[in-house]
Design a protein around this ligand. Structure first.
Ligand SMILES: C[S@@+](CC[C@H](N)C(=O)[O-])C[C@H]1O[C@@H](n2cnc3c(N)ncnc32)[C@H](O)[C@@H]1O
Length: 271
């Protein structure tokens, strides 16, 4: 298993008492525990962000986010890095559609296919999953969860700009979306089968009996310990034979440790 380097800067305390105070304040205000995110990467980003706002230390920044709801929201948007796309990494979606999904549909035989988009950002992944299942003749039941409230609100609204729908084929756009202002909105046929809830992957309960758990471009931000905790939970959320789908840069190095077997690159089946 690949091990991360452990050095003094992997310990949050080595970044100074003001950063430790800031982390505690953030946890109290939002429930987000930065100690489960890669410390070096997170500290560097936050320090740049804080400097841009003109605060010279993390104490002053902590006071500002406690007083000013707008600043806190903007900070959360920044921390959670919620970039997403419809059908992100299309080659993986081809494997899903052609090889992974058919046995799942055969297993459910017309009953809802239970899918979880864990770290769903603004909904692009959850709607892509629903489209894939609908197009294959199945009945999707997709739950999208994220820690970031603003992303969840956008996901529920299902409204995307022209720039944001660039991963969608014209065919899908015409079939599942309708023009809305300068962009597009998901049609009811998608809205009916996709729902969104706020859940923290590091602390909240996971769904059960899933056919497909999708967690992509989320694990990369967590420490090795955080990643292991989430992988254990994802594996347990699957029914036997259910499949975990990870991001294009996030292979699971030791799937057997979680009771999983790799069936295709980035797809792991629960034994
Ligand atoms: C880069 S986006 C990935 C979106 C989508 N899965 C994709 O691959 O396009 C990462 C998402 O993980 C969410 N996230 C980060 N930490 C989380 C946590 N502890 N619990 C739940 N979601 C989290 C962020 O809010 C963000 O929306």
């Amino acid at each position: 298993m690949a091990k991360e380097l452990v050095g003094p800067s992997d310990d949050i305390k080595s970044y100074g008492a003001d950063y430790v105070y800031f982390c505690l304040k953030l946890k109290k205000l939002t429930g987000i525990d930065l100690s489960s995110y890669k410390p070096r990467q997170m500290h560097r980003r936050l320090e740049n962000y804080r400097n841009r706002l003109g605060f010279t230390d993390f104490y002053a920044f902590s006071v500002a986010i406690q007083k000013d709801e707008g600043k806190l929201r903007a900070l959360l948007d920044f921390i959670t890095i919620n970039v997403s796309e419809f059908f992100r990494n299309p080659e993986q979606w081809k494997v899903l559609k052609e090889s992974v999904l058919p046995p799942i549909l055969a297993y459910r035989r017309g009953k809802p296919v239970r899918i979880w988009s864990a770290g769903s950002s603004a909904g692009q992944e959850a709607y892509s999953l629903a489209i894939t299942v609908l197009d294959a003749g199945g009945v999707p039941q997709v739950l999208g969860t994220d820690i970031d409230q603003a992303s969840l609100e956008k996901a529920r609204a299902g409204v995307y700009s022209k720039e944001e729908i660039k991963g969608l084929s014209r065919f899908y756009l015409a079939k599942y979306f309708e023009p809305h202002g300068d962009g597009y909105r998901v049609q009811d046929v998608l809205r009916r089968v996709v729902s969104f809830e706020r859940r923290n992957l590091l602390t909240d309960e996971y769904p059960r009996d899933l056919d497909l758990a999708v967690c992509r471009n989320v694990l990369i931000y967590f420490t090795e310990q955080g990643k292991q905790r989430v992988l254990r939970g994802l594996a347990e959320s699957l029914r036997p034979g259910g499949v975990l789908f990870t991001g294009a840069t996030e292979p699971v190095f030791n799937p057997a440790a979680y009771g999983l077997t790799q069936i295709y690159p980035f797809f792991y089946q629960r034994s």
